[in-house]
Design a protein around this ligand. Sequence first.
Ligand code: BGC
Length: 559
Amino acid sequence: MLNNDPLWYKDAVFYEIPVKAFADSNGDGIGDVQGLIGKLEYLKWLGVDCLWLLPFYPSPMRDDGYDVSDFYNVAEHFGTKEDMRKLLDEAHSLGIRVIVDLVLNHTSDQHAWFQESRRSPESPMHHYYVWSDTDRKYEKARIIFIDTEKSNWTWDPEAKAFYWHRFFSHQPDLNYDNPAVREAMLHVMSFWLDQGLDGFRCDAVPYLLEREGTICENLPETHDYLKEIRRRIDEAYQGRILLAEANQWPTDVRPYFGDGDEFHMAFHFPLMPRLYMGLRSELCDPIIDMFTHTPDIPDNCQWCLFLRNHDELTLEMCSGEERDYMYYTYARDPKMRRNIGIARRLAPLLDNDRRKIELLNSMVFTMPGSPIIYYGDEIGMGDDIRLKDRDGVRTPMQWTMGQNAGFSACDPAQLYLPVVSDSVYGCQSINVKSQREMPHSLLQWMKRMIEVRKRFPAFGRGSISFLRPTNGKVLAYVRRHEDTALLIVHNLAASAQSVELDLKEFAGVRPIELLGEARFASITGSPYVLTLAPYGYYWLNLTPDRSGPESYGIEQTAL
Ligand code: BGC
């Protein structure tokens, strides 16, 4: 059963799934909704609260389904609307919610709306898209897919006009100045919410409208429409959420939360590369600095924190210098780069070093926000940088060491993409089944972290304050909520470190380490000394103990 707290998303652990890549039930080489239904038990076991499904709508699949040709259906190779309803029923009965991608900004050029629109300027649907007889409008708008696109305008020989597109040229932008488009997309949302979906990850929201002389991002008119969406949802549905994909600086993302009346959640894009930078430079400054740039958000809102997703690890929110540093340290081979970013998975980015993987995950599990796990990263899946576009991080999920990694019973030649097969990341080494059987696997560790996180609402709802020890390789912060205080300490260095923390205000408290439940030495008025193994971390409960004398701990062993 679903927990009915209207703020459920503040404590939830999210998990991102491309249906295509997860599990193939009918042996055609492509993952499908029935396959996913068969894996819900796994997601429940792992402790996931909410799935985010990538677009599953009919599509020519030239942008992995972000080129939608019919918003009201399920692509044939993924299943049927009936399958979707079954997925929702089964997920809900396990207490798992499901949100899906809603591609508001554009459609495929194969969508019936575009086909009708391009037919003639007199067509009733002509103004569903943004047409112009010149390609010199909105010149301040940047090009996002710099690997493939030269302009945001493309000439359409049928309409004898240019159409506007912020992404691929086969994805014309919808015209949100047209009330009919605004209404049409609201209708799409209601349709899916009526099927029982728990909300939407709204794709590419900064770009909905265009205005001459601006960069055509984050416009007030865009916010007006997004608020209208929220109003409509709140009027008719309960407990549903809107998650914004706005790859922007935090001060520009802040308006997407409005006064708690626009998005419930938004990804924190700029924090993500800074976690990698902090790790590689062994300095906590880039991370703390990002929080000083992160404004407060309304109480009913939440950040969504992530390490990787289905796109390139975007460096759009980095300075030129930071970008160079990231490319130099994480993507020296140009084959690893896509657009402005790095198309690699978490484990290969971190040299498959379990300590670093735990460390970065520990950060996103303990910083203010709700964490989202990209499918396969919980077992440390690898990537295939030889594949085109972002396909290298979209390969089949590795379930077993059997044929096609247990993803599909098809002939391997029929798979939508090959399974990663190198000796380090191939399914002989990396798969769910073995890791479920190994008590100390990465997967078991992830499960444990999720379990512990869920015991403390402070992780999802608490404030954060950074301690500033002289040792700048150690990142330490306190999360506080009601009478709970949790101290989180991370060693970003490849060498053991010692740190002195000013914890005077907690004098008298004996911290309890949350993962092993061991008691640490009492805090006094003097600096509190901790030593950390290379890439080590602690989650310590500093809440004053009311449970009486401790029955175990380091002082007793010393007696
Ligand atoms: C999605 C990408 C997609 C683009 C265009 C992005 O925000 O995450 O995968 O290519 O939107 O729809």
